[in-house]
Design a protein around this ligand. Structure first.
Ligand SMILES: C[S@@+](CC[C@H](N)C(=O)[O-])C[C@H]1O[C@@H](n2cnc3c(N)ncnc32)[C@H](O)[C@@H]1O
Length: 280
């Protein structure tokens, strides 16, 4: 079955800490919501699909734009994320959620004017097949707009904490270029080639940079605890000897300390804002 490894990850380790701390992830990623909605430009009354919707923050933002006469379908491969998304969206009548793999599910019935995603399109085994399938969920002339991370080395939110922890624990196994993972779409040429091969046109790839608060506006110790509990942090620390875990936490705290401000621990976040059109 397609995307088996990611299905397993996002239904277990990957979603547990995220669902627990959804407000914190949302606070950290909020600056990208306006970028995506701005690029997608949904109109009042439009049908929208949100790919890899997680706990649904972007779906709810889109619902506010399309209004009660429109509709937003949040699609995700993870049952725990969707349960939380439904809980958080109970008061928004025009939002619904469906558990499916965006690479393989039949999306045609959604007939969306716009497909959007906030960091939910970097986990496909076969990105060309996935984006071709997403196009089937969008009407001719409809739009695609998403944010995906630029390469890891451009993103302080990963280099600063990971650099500290790697110094103690050594390099973890990382996905190779183009493999499913947060930085799968980091190379703009890869993004363009993928979208061209999957039938999208008018492709625009724009760098966007934000200074983000780790977990929102957490103080230094809370930011360390948040990162250690994150899926990436857990993958690096879990199972390691206790003394090394303590050293890794100390190294993490020292590395974050210069970035601690009264508004939180602030690090750079670098994404591509990608927009395209489904040809008529
Ligand atoms: C980094 S999280 C982002 C969640 C959400 N968009 C947000 O910004 O809070 C990635 C999301 O993509 C979902 N995902 C991964 N592979 C998927 C697939 N093949 N089809 C649908 N959703 C997928 C995961 O379950 C997860 O919710």
């Amino acid at each position: 079955m397609a995307n088996e490894e990611m299905r397993e990850y996002w239904n277990a380790d990957g979603s547990m800490s995220w669902v627990r701390a959804a407000d914190r992830y949302d606070a950290q990623l909020t600056p990208f919501v306006d970028d995506i909605i701005g690029a997608a430009a949904p109109a009042v009354g439009d049908a929208v699909i949100d790919i890899g919707c997680g706990t649904g923050a972007l779906s709810r933002a889109a619902a506010g734009v399309v209004g009660p006469g429109g509709s937003v379908a949040g699609l995700d491969i993870s049952a725990p994320f969707l349960e939380e998304a439904r809980r958080r969206s109970a008061a928004v009548a025009q939002v619904r959620f469906a558990e499916c793999d965006a690479q393989t599910a039949d999306l045609a019935p959604y007939a969306a004017a716009v497909a959007i995603s906030r960091f939910g399109v970097m986990f496909f085994d076969d990105p060309v097949a996935a984006f071709a399938n997403i196009a089937r969920g969008v009407v001719a002339g409809g739009r695609l707009a998403f944010a995906c991370w630029r390469p890891a080395f451009e993103n302080e939110w990963i280099t600063v904490p990971m650099g500290a922890v790697v110094g103690v624990l050594g390099m973890p196994d990382l996905p190779g270029p183009g493999a499913p993972g947060p930085f799968q779409m980091g190379d703009a040429d890869f993004v363009r080639a993928t979208l061209q091969a999957s039938g999208w046109a008018d492709i625009e790839i724009t760098p966007v940079d934000h200074q983000v608060g780790i977990g929102g506006s957490l103080d230094l110790d809370a930011a360390v605890a948040f990162l250690v509990d994150d899926g990436i942090g857990r993958r690096m620390l879990d199972g390691k000897p206790e003394d090394l875990q303590v050293q890794a936490r100390q190294a993490l705290r020292e590395a974050l300390s210069p970035h601690a401000t009264p508004e939180g621990v602030i690090l750079g976040a670098a994404a591509w804002l990608v927009a395209a059109t489904r040809p008529a």
